[in-house]
Design a protein around this ligand. Sequence first.
Ligand code: GLC
Length: 416
Amino acid sequence: MTRREFTRLAAVGPLRFGDGRDWFFQRRFGLFVHWGLYSIRGYHEQELYRKRLKREEYEPLMRQFDPVKYRPAEWLDVMEQVGMQYVCFTTKHIDGFCMWDSAETDYKVTRTPYGRDVLKMLADECRRRDVPLCLYYSVVDEHQKNYPHSGRPYELAGPQAGDEPDLAAYLEYVRRQVRELCTGYGKVSGIWWDANVLQVRDASMRAMIRALQPSAVINNRGFDDGDFGTPERDYDRGIEGVSVFPKPTEACESVGSQSWGFRKDEDYYSASYLKRSIQKTMAKGGNYLLNAGPKADGTLPEKAVNVLGEVGRWYKAVEEGLTAEPAGRLTQDARLLFTRRNKTVYLHITAEFESEAILLRPMAERPLKATLLNTGKELEAEVAALPKLWNQTPDRCLRLRGVPEGMAGAVVKLEF
Ligand code: GLC
């Protein structure tokens, strides 16, 4: 590909909503926080469901919730050090426990020994720093008496003593709670629905959120298709083959491979794994929401902070390439993704290479400069005519050398 061809590439127009929700395209890397009663025993955020516990074996945990070391400013300090620019917080996970002072229930954080509205504290800190705050809300609710349990994923096997299953009443509860969230905490930048196993479609939920919080992006796990897709971990193999996301996308992943909530016996991902995962998402134009689960005392686990720190050092070095416009796959090699900003093209090396050379076919133009953003080092770049294979025409390509072996998340800046 020649320099002229590069500059002629149809701009893969950045996706836009054309209103206040466009913050989502400027802030592409966020911190997901799963925090609730489940942090006390440190098993999994779905402890009640996964262990098939009775409510009375789980809900009394609220009498122990006392996160005396909770300082939202410390979470946001970590977040900002990593280079993340927004937060998504679990206001209510599938256990139904509310992390805000909801008027709708007593099963909430303000009725614990701690007694304070932890969401309010976080929202105040976000406002002080101008950090967009998104709110996770689970449709499944293992506590609320009107929720119609019937043993679908995350639900209880069926109604429990004292329950009054009533779908319409439950949906009104959801509506009133989301209204509280959209009216009591200042600006809300997103509603992150989860676990609508009821499969209820209801456009009025979106209409309410849009009216109350016009800059809030709404994900696709709620009552309609939402504003953006939410591929999770590596479950959706289909996106491997996509080189530019055709619609707004926010991939989500946790630093812990087993759980989103704090888990005592967690197997943390390696920083290399996370760097590649972030790179594969962002180079295709997606956002990335990386989760950590705070402990019951309100602090982030040390190992989570360490891996986030390592990811952050990398992120800050390569960020200009990750946030440039996705240009898709400009070569025949599916391991290489591209982004671009005017005449600068960024090469994303998303996998291990078999030799010391990265061969870009059919790019037969030498860049003025090739810089490995990870280290700031200039790379050897030349148009090479490699010995022809028995069944191929002469192999002219752009050859880059000098990317260290085993480097995860390498980004090369090619200035044409
Ligand atoms: C998965 C988990 C759920 C978590 C969510 C975050 O669906 O099952 O517990 O909240 O991922 O994306």
